[in-house]
Design a protein around this ligand. Structure first.
Ligand code: KG4
Ligand code: ZN
Length: 334
């Protein structure tokens, strides 16, 4: 972190104190991973939500290549921001995520807040995945269990009240999305692996594979998905289309069952009244089906709002204004 970034921190801290209690138009900026997002909400209603996806750029690498992602954010963010005319506050994701990418959004947000003399809100990316669901479903009954599953995270979060969030389970190694992406690569499928595996899993075959359900019987609420990837690597020898379909089904089943079992455990342990799902992986229909079997009301965002976007950032600042340090924090906790 350079000295100029330190200066930004000090100046904006003051701006932030100035206005915490009025909301008009909030500009949301998201650059934590491979989607560049810019959105505007006016008095709590969406008026703009632009996402520039880098999927094609990262496809040859089978996953997100951070320095390439940073360059793309630098290129695309100013293009998206051309659509933004005026705003009364800026909100930006400060973590968790890829730090070089986060800095692109943060530096731009600081610049815009200073130029326009408006407050800056810092947003936790995981909290934003929850807040977008809450924004669309204002009557979620608490306590709730939030299952946040993305390319970088797999977490079970207890939502006791909207300002009392606690991580009660998480992955010890790979995130579920990362597992989809890595196993898809083994199967010869394109990045992003989640949708590619889901599409193959819809097809029929008489072939069958059996993969482990990592940590499913352990009492804790944690996950581990790296062993699943290794199991796929060793058992996927026949590379026929039937074999790809059978393995895709089994990967999806394994991930869905483990996520659902641990979510059910969390629900029982915390006597939860509802389940919230967020993050790119929760777009998966099989996972949604398994979670619905738990029998509680399940709240999700539409697919395009499950994956990263600027709207969730603006909405998070609107619903739960936070005050983190204005610096990229790749491992920011909730
Ligand atoms: O939340 P997100 O857009 O970005 C991160 O914060 O990581 O999630 C991206 C992840 C990728 O790993 C992608 O493979 C996965 O979400 N994904 C899916 C589906 N759509 C996206 N995984 C399973 N099924 C899907 N339909
Ligand atoms: Zn995300």
């Amino acid at each position: 972190m350079g000295p100029d970034k330190q200066n930004h921190t000090i100046k904006i801290e003051k701006l932030q104190e100035k206005v915490y209690d009025y909301f008009m138009t909030i500009l949301g900026i998201e650059t934590s991973c491979d989607d560049t997002g810019v959105a505007l909400i006016k008095d709590g209603q969406a008026v703009l939500n632009l996402v520039s996806s880098q999927i094609e750029i990262h496809r040859p690498y089978g996953g997100v290549y951070p320095m390439l992602a940073k360059r793309e954010h630098e290129k695309n963010l100013p293009i998206l921001l051309k659509e933004v005319k005026s705003f009364d506050a800026v909100a930006v994701t400060v973590g968790p995520g890829l730090e070089p990418c986060l800095w692109v959004g943060i530096n731009k947000a600081v610049e815009l807040a200073q130029e326009n003399n408006v407050p800056l809100y810092t947003v936790n990316h995981l909290r934003a995945h929850i807040d977008i669901v809450r924004w669309q479903n204002p009557n979620i009954e608490l306590p709730a269990i939030a299952l946040i599953v993305s390319g970088g995270h797999t977490q079970i979060i207890l939502v006791k009240s909207w300002d009392q969030l606690k991580i009660i389970g998480e992955t010890r190694d790979d995130a579920a999305g990362e597992c989809f992406d890595k196993t898809a690569r083994i199967l010869g499928l394109d990045y992003p692996g989640g949708p590619a595996i889901a599409a193959k899993a819809k097809l029929t075959t008489s072939m069958k594979y059996e993969l482990p359900r990592p940590m499913i019987h352990q009492k804790n609420l944690d996950f581990s998905f790296s062993g699943l990837k290794t199991a796929v690597l060793y058992s996927f020898q026949d590379k026929s289309e039937d074999s790809v379909i059978a393995m895709a089904k089994e990967i999806q089943n394994s991930i869905a069952e483990v996520l659902a079992k641990k979510t059910k455990k969390a629900v029982e342990q915390e006597a939860a009244n509802s389940i919230i799902m967020g993050g790119g992986v929760t777009a998966n229909e099989k996972i949604r089906q398994e979670i619905r079997k738990i029998g509680l009301p399940v709240f999700t965002a539409p697919t395009e709002l499950c994956t990263d976007n600027g709207l969730m950032v603006a909405v998070s600042a609107y619903l739960s204004p936070q005050k983190h340090e204005i610096k990229a924090n790749g491992n920011l906790r909730i």
